[in-house]
Design a protein around this ligand. Structure first.
Ligand code: ZN
Length: 452
């Protein structure tokens, strides 16, 4: 009797599951009458339909009959459908100036600000970001769990820095967090921005700790930067064996290391240690570029600052950091020339904007600055197909998004797309005004904006 009862229960459950399956066919959306730029082509394919099923693109050049009757129809009316934008150097979880986060708000306020910034990134057309430092692992999780609207995130978590390095943002009198008896300061806590570690053993521990908490790659500081007070720009940070330790820890976890580096010497050291992505490289010469190309590595530069007059940058960074920032500002122009002349294709697209929402919103200016040097289609490729290629090839087993390709419109790719009112291949400035020009934003098959 008991057995019979059990099998009845099972039978009932199975029929319930079967009934559910019938009702829950994956949702379909059909974009009709759209001009498509697919992320790789030189031009646009005119007036076709694109079918989305679930979170993937099912068919490009679809017939209306390919879609089920219950499919949602979005009539694109001749607007341009392109892959969602990707930025490879964000700080979505550093949503205020560091001094504000350290001294003027608590962790809850910090988190709420990060949520606001994250949502705004998606609404500016970015469906994926690689985050270059800050508590973005939590953001990735919140987005994945549906608690927060935002792009896909490849978080680096806390940056790894040597004492006095670009990730050591202590005040002059703040004691070292690793010395016995001292408690870590807010910035050095797991929900903060950075880890300070010296020597191979500590770098290994920090690397594994960051990976343990969910980072998809490691961010290591190997030279001076603008926002840190005790590491002049010319400094070399971390010994070769310390960088190698981080690289090996990352490799063992199926992933890679990206480094903050401005000048040739830090680039040489990083390339020799097996680093896969140079962040910035702003003060590089042709020699630094050659070192990157020889290792077939990536360079992720940033030029957004060049869209603003120097005086605006000066006011933002403050008098202490202004001399450094000026060097970077001037270096960026030289770097643009080197990158363009190199003809290298592993140039990523990232804006490296840090701080309040209004600053983060300047990230879209990156398109316009780059388009002074490259053709719009080349810039758009950097921000879609190219960036996606980097994320796929370098993140390896650690890649959280493996069900489809990113950065392209093709069958089987993730349905991450934006519908632009106008043709960005002819007028890239359209992407600087996303509120008005982006009519539809879809990520993972879900529509987050539709103002058609
Ligand atoms: Zn950065």
């Amino acid at each position: 009797m008991k057995k019979l009862l059990l099998s009845l229960v099972f039978a009932a459950n199975f029929s319930a599951i079967a009934a559910d399956n019938k009702e829950e066919l994956p949702k379909q959306t059909l974009f009709t009458n759209v001009h498509v730029w697919d992320g790789t082509s030189e031009g646009i394919t005119k007036k076709i339909n694109v079918l989305v099923e679930g979170n993937l693109i099912k068919k490009v050049r679809a017939d209306k009959s390919d879609a089920r009757k219950d499919a949602t129809i979005i009539n694109g009316d001749g607007k341009v459908l392109m892959p969602g934008l990707i930025d490879t150097h964000t700080h979505i979880a550093v949503p205020e100036q560091l001094d504000v986060l350290t001294n003027k708000v608590d962790t809850i306020y910090w988190g709420i600000s990060a949520a606001q910034v994250t949502q705004d990134w998606l609404m500016r057309g970015y469906t994926t970001v690689r985050d270059a430092g800050g508590p973005a692992v939590a953001v990735m999780k919140a987005v994945k769990d549906g608690k927060l609207i935002g792009p896909r995130v490849y978080p680096s978590g806390q940056v790894i820095s040597q004492t006095s390095g670009h990730g050591d943002h202590r005040d002059y009198n703040t004691p070292h967090p690793n010395l016995p008896g001292n408690t870590p300061q807010k910035m050095q806590k797991p929900e903060g921005l950075e880890m300070i570690c010296d020597g191979v053993a500590e770098v290994l521990r920090c690397s594994r700790e960051v990976l343990r908490t969910g980072a998809t790659q490691l961010k290591v500081m190997v030279g001076g930067g603008a926002s840190s007070s005790f590491g002049p720009l010319y400094t070399l940070q971390y010994l070769p064996e310390e960088i190698e330790a981080a690289v090996r820890a990352a490799r063992d976890y199926g992933t890679y290391v990206m480094v903050h580096a401005y000048h040739d010497e830090s680039i040489f050291r990083a390339m020799n240690a097996g680093v896969r992505s140079i962040e910035h490289g702003t003060l590089m010469s042709e020699k630094g570029m050659k070192a990157i190309m020889e290792k077939d590595a990536w360079i992720s530069p940033y030029f957004t600052m060049l869209s603003l007059p120097w005086e605006t940058i000066e006011a933002y960074v403050g008098p202490q950091n202004a001399p450094k920032a000026k060097q970077i500002y001037d270096g960026a122009k030289n770097q643009l020339r080197i990158l363009k002349e190199s003809g290298y294709d592993k140039i990523a697209f990232g804006a490296d904007v840090v701080g309040p929402l209004s600053v983060q919103q300047t990230a879209n200016n990156e398109f316009v600055v780059r388009a002074k040097y490259w053709k719009p289609v080349e810039v758009l490729k950097q921000a879609t197909f190219n960036n996606a290629r980097m994320l796929k090839e370098e993140t390896g087993l650690r890649n959280p998004y493996q069900a489809g390709d990113l950065g392209v419109i093709k069958a089987g790719a993730y349905a991450d797309m934006i519908l632009v009112d106008g043709n960005p291949l002819e007028k890239i400035e359209l992407l600087v005004d996303p509120t008005n020009t982006l009519k539809v934003i879809m990520k993972d098959g879900m529509v987050y904006k539709n103002t058609l």
